[in-house]
Ligand binder design. Structure first.
Ligand SMILES: Cc1cc2nc3c(=O)[nH]c(=O)nc-3n(C[C@H](O)[C@H](O)[C@H](O)COP(=O)(O)OP(=O)(O)OC[C@H]3O[C@@H](n4cnc5c(N)ncnc54)[C@H](O)[C@@H]3O)c2cc1C
Length: 306
């Protein structure tokens, strides 16, 4: 948000990161890994207690935009290397990732997979027999084409966030939890005046060479305090866990683009069912939304799962 460096004192840092979720903690790890020592993360609640704590943790490079697919591929490889980089496997399970489409989307899937292969992503097309071998009992008749990423799988977003925080702290970062940032200090009241730090809920301030907003779904609220229009809105997502009777074996994550759902095996053998149908978007207030799946969502999801 601003440039320039500051001298370090107890309440002034070169970098103040607002938000202690996966992104803020990854940034703290990234900065301290590059040798920066004057880094503070401020979290209003507890680390990874925001959306990071609710993530399905699907790890894949399957995205339709080349820049995002490239980041997804880099991220996928990062999970494989996490024990060497962070000293922790972060709960990653390399169960693979499958995406399946109906006849009407075969052309799109072929184009997307060609793009990803051009970027070096390890992804291939597989037949229904192979899909059933990977996921015993899977009903594949609705699928006209299936792609498989053997290196994808399931991450654990809070475990990864906490691993970033541990290493960032070892490398010199400071972390304050239970501390809300309410606004920014600036050089003057003039429009566009440089940000020089943050104000906290108790009225105190922390000076900063640079302020990094990593507040995810809450970014727009803080931006508004200095007239910044940050185009981030929160969309409510619902999830359901199903006990399949007998534990699901080590199956890949399945993105079923016929029924618009994703299915993944939980460590205890349950099935995690997520929705990929974004036609009817539920914009939500991230501080005030029903934190439980609706009955009609559960009924709809069971129908798709069956
Ligand atoms: C249901 C669900 C499923 C998902 N599934 C996947 C998936 O399968 N694969 C995938 O890659 N991604 C998935 N994601 C997305 C992924 O979890 C998020 O992109 C990621 O966790 C966001 O991290 P973040 O740090 O930006 O946000 P958050 O984790 O929300 O962190 C923001 C932090 O900022 C803090 N904060 C806010 N305002 C202030 C303030 N004023 N002062 C101080 N602190 C403040 C909050 O308390 C919060 O801890 C999913 C997300 C959800 C919700």
């Amino acid at each position: 948000m601003s440039t320039g460096r500051t001298t370090t004192s107890t309440d002034t840092y070169d970098y103040v990161i607002v938000g202690g979720g996966l992104e803020g903690l990854a940034i703290a790890w990234g900065l301290t890994s590059r040798g920066e020592k004057s880094v503070l993360v401020i979290e209003r609640d507890q680390l990874c207690g925001g959306m990071t704590g609710k993530s399905s943790g699907v790890v894949r490079a399957h995205y339709g935009t080349p820049s995002v697919a490239k980041m997804g591929w880099k991220g996928t490889k990062f999970f494989h290397d996490a024990p060497e980089i962070l000293g922790d496997d972060c709960g990653f399970r390399n169960c693979g990732y499958m995406v399946a489409v109906g006849e009407e989307n075969v052309g799109n899937l072929e184009a997307t997979i060609a793009m990803q292969q051009g970027l070096g992503v390890d992804v291939e097309f597989i037949g229904g027999d192979k899909a059933r071998e990977l996921w015993p009992g899977l009903h594949v008749d609705d699928f006209a084409k299936i792609a498989y990423e053997p290196l994808g799988g399931r991450g654990d977003a809070p475990m990864l966030g906490m691993a970033f925080s541990v290493v960032a702290r070892q490398q010199g970062a400071k972390i304050r939890q239970g501390t809300t940032v309410t606004g920014f200090t600036r050089e003057s009241e003039a429009d566009g005046a440089r940000v020089t730090g943050v104000t906290l809920g108790d009225g105190s301030t922390v000076g900063a060479g640079q302020v990094i907003l990593a507040t995810g779904a809450w970014a727009a609220q803080l931006g508004e305090t200095i007239g910044l229009d940050i185009p981030v809105r929160a969309q409510r997502a619902q999830l359901m866990l199903v006990d399949p009777g007998e534990p699901l074996p080590h199956v890949p994550v399945l993105s079923d683009l016929v029924s618009l759902q994703y299915l993944a095996g939980e460590p205890n053998g349950d099935i995690l069912c997520g929705n990929s149908d974004h036609h009817d978007v539920h914009w939500a207030d991230p501080d005030n939304y029903p934190n439980k799946a609706d009955d009609d969502f559960i009924e709809w999801t069971i129908g798709k799962l069956m």
